[in-house]
Design a protein around this ligand. Structure first.
Ligand code: ZN
Length: 285
C-alpha cells in the first residue's frame, strides 16, 4: 500500500491535469480492474461518459475523482496501481487496465496496474461529498479540518496498543506502518504502550509527529511530478535519507546512538530504539 504522502502527490497531479475536464469515454481493458464496480464494465463506461471531473479528493489514503451528478470515481491503488496522464499517441502500457479519454482531446488518464490488486469503482457521494464506501474513514493529521484533541481523545478511549490505534483508519487515517514507526520514534513511545495510559500531552505529541513526518515526506517527494506524469510508485528518495526508525535495524539511533531493533508486529515489523522507546512494563495495563 502506498502511504499518504505518495497518495497526496498523485492527488495533486490529478487535480492539476484532470480536474475541470469532461470524460468522453471510458475503456476497460481488464475486467479485474473494475471488479469493485458491481454493475460491470458496460455500466461503468456508460456512467462515466459525459461526466465532468470537478476535483481530485483524498481522505487518508483513499483517493477519488469527484464527478458531476454527485458521483465519485474511487481509485484503489493496491500494491502497484498507477494513475498516468499520457498523450493519446503514447503507446499503451503493458499493464494498462482502464483508459479515460476527454472531450478536449487532451491527454488521457490511464490506470495501469501490474498486479491488479487495485482498481476503479463508481460510488455515490453523500451529503458531505464523501463516497459512501469510505464515509467511516477518519480525517488524517494533514487535513486542515483535523481536530487534534478529538483524535487524541479517540485514541485514548481505545484499550489497545498505541501502534494498533495509529493504524486504525477509523480513529486517525492515513498512517501506515512506516509513518507509525517514525511518529512513535519522534514521540519516544514503544509501539506496545497501552493507549489508555497516554497522557493528553503525549498523545498530541505523537499525532503532531505523525503529521510532521508526513509533511516532510511530501516536501521531499512532491517535487518530481510536475512533468505530465503522475506516478504512485515514483520513489521520492525520502526513504533513503530521512527515516529515523523504519527499516533501520542495527543502525545507530539518530538521537542516542543505540542500535535500532526490529520486533514482529501483526505479520510485519516494528522498528524502534531500545533506549529512547523502552518496552512498557508487563503489568502496565
Ligand atoms: Zn535512541
Amino acid at each position: 500500500m502506498p502511504e499518504l504522502p505518495e497518495v497526496e502527490v498523485v492527488r495533486l497531479g490529478l487535480q492539476t491535469h484532470v480536474a475541470g475536464r469532461t470524460i468522453r469515454e471510458a475503456e476497460v481493458l481488464h475486467p479485474r480492474a473494475i471488479r469493485r464496480h458491481a454493475l460491470g464494465a458496460e455500466d461503468f463506461a456508460k456512467r462515466l461518459a459525459g461526466s465532468r471531473v470537478e476535483a481530485a479528493r483524498r481522505r487518508g489514503k483513499y483517493l477519488w475523482l469527484e464527478l458531476s451528478d454527485k458521483e465519485a470515481l474511487l481509485a484503489h491503488l493496491g500494491m502497484s496501481g498507477q494513475m498516468l496522464v499520457q498523450p493519446e499517441e503514447a503507446p499503451d502500457e503493458k499493464h494498462l487496465r482502464v483508459r479515460l479519454r476527454f472531450d478536449d482531446d487532451g491527454p488521457e488518464l490511464r490506470f495501469v496496474d501490474q498486479r491488479t490488486f487495485g482498481g476503479l469503482a463508481l460510488d455515490d457521494l453523500n451529503e458531505v461529498l464523501l463516497p459512501d464506501t469510505i464515509a467511516h474513514i477518519a480525517r488524517d493529521p494533514m487535513d486542515p479540518a483535523f481536530d487534534l484533541d478529538a483524535a487524541v481523545r479517540a485514541l485514548r478511549s481505545r484499550r489497545t496498543e498505541v501502534k494498533r490505534a495509529l493504524l486504525d483508519q477509523t480513529l486517525v487515517s492515513g498512517i501506515g506502518n512506516i509513518y507509525a514507526d517514525e511518529a512513535l520514534w519522534r514521540a519516544r513511545l514503544h509501539w506496545s504502550r497501552p493507549t489508555e495510559k497516554l497522557t493528553l500531552a503525549k498523545g498530541r505529541e505523537l499525532l503532531t509527529a505523525a503529521s510532521d513526518v508526513m509533511n516532510a515526506a511530501l516536501g521531499a517527494g512532491g517535487t518530481s511530478f510536475d512533468a505530465l506524469y503522475v506516478n504512485i510508485n515514483g520513489q521520492s528518495g525520502y526513504f533513503d535519507r530521512s527515516l529515523d526508525a523504519y527499516g533501520q535495524e542495527g543502525l545507530p539511533c539518530h538521537r542516542c546512538g543505540t542500535a535500532i531493533r526490529r520486533e514482529p508486529f501483526m505479520n510485519r515489523s516494528s522498528f524502534s530504539c531500545p533506549r529512547c522507546q523502552p518496552r512498557p512494563r508487563a503489568n502496565s495495563r
